[in-house]
Design a protein around this ligand. Structure first.
Ligand SMILES: [Zn+2]
Length: 353
């Protein structure tokens, strides 16, 4: 019997799921565990999910077209969602942050917001769920970056300047398939100032949704390692959300990090969102990413509660299934430990400190 591998994960959307929940008490649901969803405290314990980046994300105010249903595989080109106003974006970000703060308070130490790597290590050592706050798409932040200060004070340590939607800071890739990531403009002048501010404040910059032009803009400007928290290799799945070999080489050269996205549309060669996706595709992605960026720079970026994941994993409770599959392929326990958590911790040591 091998020991479970602890996981510190690059991306989840549980706060969005709880924000949209019809339940009278989503905070209690998260703590006590529930049938619905990929991630809650009880499933986390079952799967040795020790912590990760928890996204604050602003959904469209009006009901968007059923995105996943259109990603049936083969070929698609969904329109770029409309930009949000500052007020639309802030409403959901503030509500999701409030849910997280309520969870932390009601958990009596079982869930902790962490702003340094030392805090993450200490939370993990005492068995508390370690939460690093991430903003996915910076729509809630104003051009003067005043709201950035407020989110920083609340614990924010990671930002994706864009989700797949245009912001005042830059442009994200649309949901097209198959396509390369060079699908639009890069950073705006405000985006360049945001990158500088993130470097100054030791906030990690996440490149997972940005266009290829935006990626190279950040590569040129940022003093920090290049990070894509939840993206895969484009060579194996030609989605614009995945990284070309040149982008992977830049991540390797800056001692950055890439987190394996479990969303089947970024794993499958046909780009479809379907649960009956074999986890061998996850293994193949990890093999490829390790070859391109090296053992110290690959981790997980599950996208739990934000996407359809292979049904053999199912939820965070099934995370160890992936490690078993990697063990069967001959991966050593020390490499599994790096992929599970320590590569992310080492990267965070170099970025947020
Ligand atoms: Zn995302």
């Amino acid at each position: 019997m091998t020991a479970a591998i602890p996981v510190f994960d690059g991306h989840n959307d549980v706060l969005l799921r709880l924000y949209k929940s019809k339940s009278a008490d989503p905070v209690a649901d998260f703590l006590a565990g529930e049938q619905a969803g990929h991630l809650d405290l009880q499933k986390a314990k079952a799967g040795s999910f020790a912590g990760g980046f928890f996204a604050l994300y602003s959904p469209a105010a009006s009901k968007p077209a059923a995105f996943f249903e259109q990603m049936t595989g083969g070929r698609y080109a969904l329109p770029l969602p409309d930009p949000l106003t500052l007020e639309e974006a802030r409403t959901s970000v503030v509500a999701e942050l409030a849910i997280l703060l309520q969870i932390v308070r009601a958990s009596h130490g079982a869930v902790a917001i962490c702003t340094t790597t030392a805090e993450i290590r200490s939370a993990m050592a005492r068995g508390a769920l370690a939460v690093v706050i991430h903003l996915e798409g910076a729509e809630a932040i104003d051009e003067k970056l005043q709201f950035l200060e407020i989110l920083y004070a609340a614990g924010l340590r990671s930002i994706g300047p864009v989700w797949s939607r245009t912001t005042i800071f830059g442009h994200g890739v649309p949901f097209h398939f198959p396509a390369g990531p060079d699908l639009g403009e890069g950073l705006t002048a405000a985006g360049e100032r945001l990158v500088a501010a993130c470097n100054d404040m030791k906030i990690m910059i996440d490149l997972s949704h940005i266009t290829e032009k935006g990626f190279w803009d950040v590569a040129r400007l940022s003093k920090a390692p290049l990070v894509a928290t939840h993206s895969n290799a484009h060579a194996l799945c030609p989605s614009p959300r995945n990284l070309t070999d040149r982008q992977l080489a830049a991540i390797r050269d800056t001692e950055g990090m890439v987190g394996l996205n479990f969303a089947t549309c970024f794993l499958r060669p046909d780009g479809a969102m379907r649960p009956d996706t074999d986890i061998d595709l996850m293994v193949q992605q990890i093999d490829y990413l390790l070859e391109k960026v090296g053992e110290g720079h690959v981790g997980l970026g599950s996208d739990f509660d934000g996407a359809t994941v292979p049904e053999k994993i199912g939820s965070v409770a099934g995370l160890q299934v992936l490690f078993s599959a990697l063990r069967d392929k001959g991966y050593s326990e020390s490499l599994l430990t790096k992929l599970g958590a320590t590569n992310w911790l080492d990267l965070l040591q170099r970025t947020i400190c």
